[in-house]
Design a protein around this ligand. Structure first.
Ligand code: ATP
Length: 301
């Protein structure tokens, strides 16, 4: 079996290009048989993955961060819904939240060693439909999506200087967004139930980890055919600062203004279009719907 390995050289604050020779040597030493291709721009991994799946590659591997994984997932699911194409990940990104959600330890060389694992797991994916440039657009995601504060941080991060690496721009964007952000009134649909709520953020979680290691949805399972929907309610700035450190352990979940619910179909809208992120990538704006796709992908890990 020859795998297609899709390498994003700029993932991990441009460090993947330097890591790739070690990774490829390790793959060869393991007896892993593959061709590889570098991505050349945003969205390119979707095309490479789709073409590889359509051309009969049985196994695709994403080398990069959550954005690269998201694009490879989109390529695979655009090509076919038959779960036949296997997917593996080597996490060389900055946040690497999806691999944490899989229970891997975040060391990309260890992830490599899982590529020949006999363990194949069917994991759920999500399909989000949203607004972009006045059009309705859909995109698959695998770790999770969010509307509100988290997406606004993603939007602010895009305007931060890239030369500073991955973490510093994120922390600067977090601080800047926190200063100017006002909670939003949103209409939320969870399967048949509808609510109007004032929120900081609504997270539609497939996996547990977001924002580079924050355990936002501690009980989310990527194999349970449903989303964990975490509503971070109408908290003030002092409450955010007091509760923020708890997010890394997942203990924020007991805060009276944090709600965990489950749904297979979620809708979020509000009077103004709110930013939407999925798998850490800023996609567009609300109104948005989120549909769980049970057991959509076969992951090797
Ligand atoms: N050759 C390229 N040049 C510029 N951007 C690229 C290229 N290939 C892919 N991209 C884009 O790079 C972005 C970042 O990739 P990715 O999310 O994998 O890394 P990261 O941000 O370091 O990791 P994480 O999301 O885990 O923090 C993605 O939006 C992807 O589309």
């Amino acid at each position: 079996m020859v795998a297609k390995v899709i390498v994003n050289p700029v993932a991990g604050a441009k460090s993947t290009e330097q890591k790739w020779p070690h990774i490829s040597r390790l793959m060869c030493d393991m007896g892993f048989s593959y061709d590889f291709q570098y991505t050349e721009s945003q969205g390119h991994a979707i095309e490479i993955a789709r073409d590889a799946a359509l051309n009969g590659y049985p196994y695709l591997v994403a080398v990069g961060g959550d954005g690269t994984i998201n694009e490879v997932v989109n390529g695979i699911l655009t090509a076919s819904h038959d779960q036949k194409t296997l997917m593996g990940v080597v996490d060389t990104g900055t946040g690497n939240d999806f691999v944490r959600s899989l229970g891997l330890d975040g060391n990309y060389l260890h992830s490599c060693q899982h590529l020949l694992s006999p363990k194949h797991t069917l994991v759920d994916a999500g399909l989000v439909t949203f607004q972009k440039d006045g059009r309705q657009v859909s995109r698959f995601f695998v770790n999770g999506a969010g509307v509100g504060f988290d997406a606004e941080v993603a939007a602010t991060t895009e305007h931060m200087p890239k030369a500073l690496g991955g973490t510093i721009p994120f922390v600067m964007a977090l601080a800047k967004t926190l200063l100017g952000y006002r909670n939003k009134t949103v209409d939320i649909g969870l399967d048949e139930d509808n609510y109007t709520r004032r929120v900081l953020s609504v997270i539609v979680a497939n996996g547990s980890y977001f924002g580079g290691g924050m355990k936002v949805a501690p009980s989310a399972l990527i194999t349970d055919s449903r989303f964990d929907v975490i509503t971070l309610g109408d908290v003030n700035k002092l409450e955010i600062l007091q509760t923020f450190p708890k997010i890394y352990k997942g203990t924020h979940i007991t805060h009276p203004k944090v709600k965990t619910e489950h749904a297979r179909f979620v809708s979020i809208s509000s009077e103004e279009g709110l930013y939407l992120q999925a798998d850490g990538e800023l996609l567009g704006k609300t109104p948005a719907t989120f549909e769980v796709l049970p057991q959509a992908l076969t992951m090797v890990f």
